[in-house]
Design a protein around this ligand. Structure first.
Ligand code: PMP
Length: 441
């Protein structure tokens, strides 16, 4: 499968050889890498993308889950075309930013918002606001969760199983170089789906005079495939954090606008103090948002915490965000996504059952995956211990060679778009059935 993909991506190879002279590794971000060379994309429309070799793929990657509107969506195109002649950047507020904030408030039931330009900026600002609001420095996160590339959250992600540390005290470990040890030490990880671990750590940290400002988490983990919260877990997290005065941040950069109109907050019915959004919000333009309760966001309002940025609320991005919320991500769109999701998850699970594969299909809203693991993954340790990495890697190659584009990492789930069809789901399932037959042969 490897050789077959290499053979069909020779124009990408040539582009890579040229690009890497001045562009490090030939890519703009390490997440665009793939061995032995990255695949360069030429164009996309709807659910289809075409690479520089003119290979056509059904896109399940969707820009790391940003493009549930589909590529070159005409409604987004109209929003860009209407905004562009009026100017695209002033560094001053436009009406669209107020409208988008209002629409988000409606969807999330969270009253106060500010805008930024990416998921990393959203989580960085949310954490700073929580620190400013509580006057504390320590931050808690879930072991293995990714929240962007700023120092505070580049901690305890992507570690080998033997580095995770004791169950009760998961280790604070820098994710790559350049992250100051002092910052790493201020970030305390706990395990997903383990409310007891959370409460014990909060009490211990409080006893050490470093009570946490906040817990930042995804309500459903989206970087180990998909890991859903066990029944009662999020409710327990909400109760514990409220009781200890720890700000609860749901990082909805991935789950926001994909799990439901009001994200994971709506889907699971648990209300955090703060929410972060990015990806899908801009419909292909870089933007992000931080939302919070009146109380927490009062520190932004009274300038106790500075939330700033040249491109914050960029008019073009606000225009596409508004068009997305008003015209693309409608109740009917979510019905369509749920229908597709049910079809692909059910189809994959039937394949798993009939071939007796060790694994399961799982998903919610527009997000899902097949997890190749003999046991259910509930947190980072179980993921590391049980995920069959060679088979997961083979599945990626298998799909690529059959015109199904998945994220290059082994950790990421599929993202469906409103432009996907039943036929696209069926194509995924039939490629998966062929894979199952090949593996079990
Ligand atoms: N939070 C989560 C949950 C994410 O998945 C990501 C990106 N994958 C980020 C934050 C960071 O977003 P960005 O890459 O836009 O900075």
């Amino acid at each position: 499968e490897e050789a077959r993909l290499d053979a069909s991506t020779q124009a990408s190879k040539a582009m890579y050889e040229k690009a890497r002279t001045h562009l490090v590794n030939g890519v703009a971000s390490a997440y665009q890498l793939r061995d032995p060379w990255p695949i360069y994309i030429d164009r996309g429309r709807g659910a289809t993308i075409i690479d520089v070799d003119q290979n056509e793929y059904i896109d399940f990657h969707n820009g790391y889950g940003s493009m549930i509107q589909g590529h070159a969506n005409p409604i987004i195109g109209e929003a860009v075309a209407a905004r562009y002649p009026l100017g695209t950047h002033f560094g001053m507020a436009t009406e669209d930013s107020a409208v988008v904030a209002g629409l988000l408030a409606e969807r999330w039931g969270i009253p106060r918002w500010r805008f930024v330009n990416s998921g990393s900026e959203a989580t960085m600002n949310a954490i700073r606001i929580a620190r400013g609001y509580t006057g504390r420095d320590t931050v808690m996160k879930i072991f293995g969760s990714y929240h962007g590339h700023h120092d505070t959250v580049m901690v305890s992600i992507g570690e080998d199983y033997d580095r995770i540390g004791p169950r009760e005290h998961p280790a604070s470990l820098a994710y790559g170089g350049g992250v100051p040890q002092a910052t790493v030490d201020m970030t305390i990880p706990v395990h997903f789906n383990d409310a007891e671990n959370l409460e014990r750590r909060i009490v211990e940290l409080d006893g050490e005079g470093r009570k946490p400002a906040c817990l930042i988490m995804e309500a459903a983990m989206m970087n180990l495939g998909v890991v859903l919260p066990e029944p009662g877990y999020l409710e327990a997290v909400r109760e514990i954090t409220a009781r200890h005065g720890v700000v609860l941040i749901f990082d909805e950069v991935k789950t926001g606008l994909t799990l439901a109109a009001g994200g994971a907050t709506e889907r699971f019915g648990v209300m955090p103090d703060m929410v972060t959004l990015a990806k899908t919000l801009g419909g292909g333009l870089p933007t992000g948002a931080v939302g919070g309760s009146e109380e927490v966001m009062s520190v932004v309002e009274d300038h106790t915490v500075n939330q700033v940025g040249t491109y914050s609320g960029n008019p073009l991005a606000m225009a596409t965000a508004r068009a997305s919320l008003e015209k693309v991500l409608t109740p009917e769109a979510y019905q369509h996504l749920e229908h597709l999701e049910d079809r692909i998850v059910t189809g994959c699970q039937e394949v798993i059952d009939s071939y007796g594969l060790p694994g399961y299909a799982i998903g919610a809203g527009a997000k899902g995956c097949v997890t190749f693991s003999p046991r259910k993954v509930i947190d980072y340790p179980t993921y590391k211990q049980y995920q069959d990495r060679p088979v997961t890697q083979l599945a990626w190659l298998w799909n690529m060679n059959r015109g199904i584009y998945m994220t290059p990492g082994r950790e990421e789930e599929w993202t469906l778009s409103v432009t996907h069809t039943d036929a696209d789901m069926d194509r995924y399932v039939s490629a998966f059935a062929e894979l199952a037959a090949a593996i079990t042969n």
